[in-house]
Design a protein around this ligand. Sequence first.
Ligand SMILES: Nc1ncnc2c1ncn2[C@@H]1O[C@H](COP(=O)(O)OP(=O)(O)O)[C@@H](O)[C@H]1O
Ligand SMILES: [Mg+2]
Length: 242
Amino acid sequence: MSAALLRVDKVSKRFGGFTALQDISVDIRPGERFGLIGPNGSGKTTLINCISGALTSDGGSIVFDGHDVTRLPAYKRTRRGIARSFQVPRPFRTMTVLENLLVAIDFGVESHGLSGDQATAEVMAILEKIGLADKARVSSGQLSQVELRKMELARAMAARPKLLISDEAMAGLAGAEIDEVLDVLLKLNGEGITVIMIEHIMQAVMRFSERVMCLDAGRIVCEGTPAQVMDDKRVQEAYLGA
Ligand SMILES: Nc1ncnc2c1ncn2[C@@H]1O[C@H](COP(=O)(O)OP(=O)(O)O)[C@@H](O)[C@H]1O
Ligand SMILES: [Mg+2]
């Protein structure tokens, strides 16, 4: 058995007197496809924020790829290989898709030493992979919803992550668009990237994940195979109560 890529140990987060996360522990294996579910407000994004460094946890520790990153600022965690997409994409709307991703490369890869041409080539390779190459020169303000979601994943990929955390990349999408994003995530995972998927679209999480964890009110309700989690009475109650 290989060591965990990510070890979250008893992580807690409070906002004033409100406990958003309480003693969350989970290990993610290298190459794993891990689904994170839970009703609205259960703490999914807060957990991702604590892992990526957008927030600092109040208790517990986070070890990534053998390094304790609990206190590291977000940009240093990005450079260690943790990338996340945002629930609400915030592209530079007046810049082209290519320009948006060149910014992400500059930010994400420490002293990458890439020339302008090399950086462009790397961005184009990512766009090719994600199925967005034909939009490279288009202003991001003109993208459709599904294209924006793909660009958000491409932006995360520009940091050459070991771990990609996708926060509701399918929100607002329907039918074939959901499958398109799912296919992108499966493809990236197929190339060795560990993926944590947060998703409300249950069918998509269940198809994607090898293992699923359900949060409710900042605590772990249950964790197991997709079938085990779907069948768990406590999971059903958490969603009914929401
Ligand atoms: N920055 C913040 N300040 C205060 N409360 C917050 C903040 N971020 C999240 N919360 C609260 O923490 C809880 C969990 O939120 P969140 O992690 O966004 O849930 P989820 O992603 O599962 O919908 C919610 O009650 C939310 O209102
Ligand atoms: Mg959220």
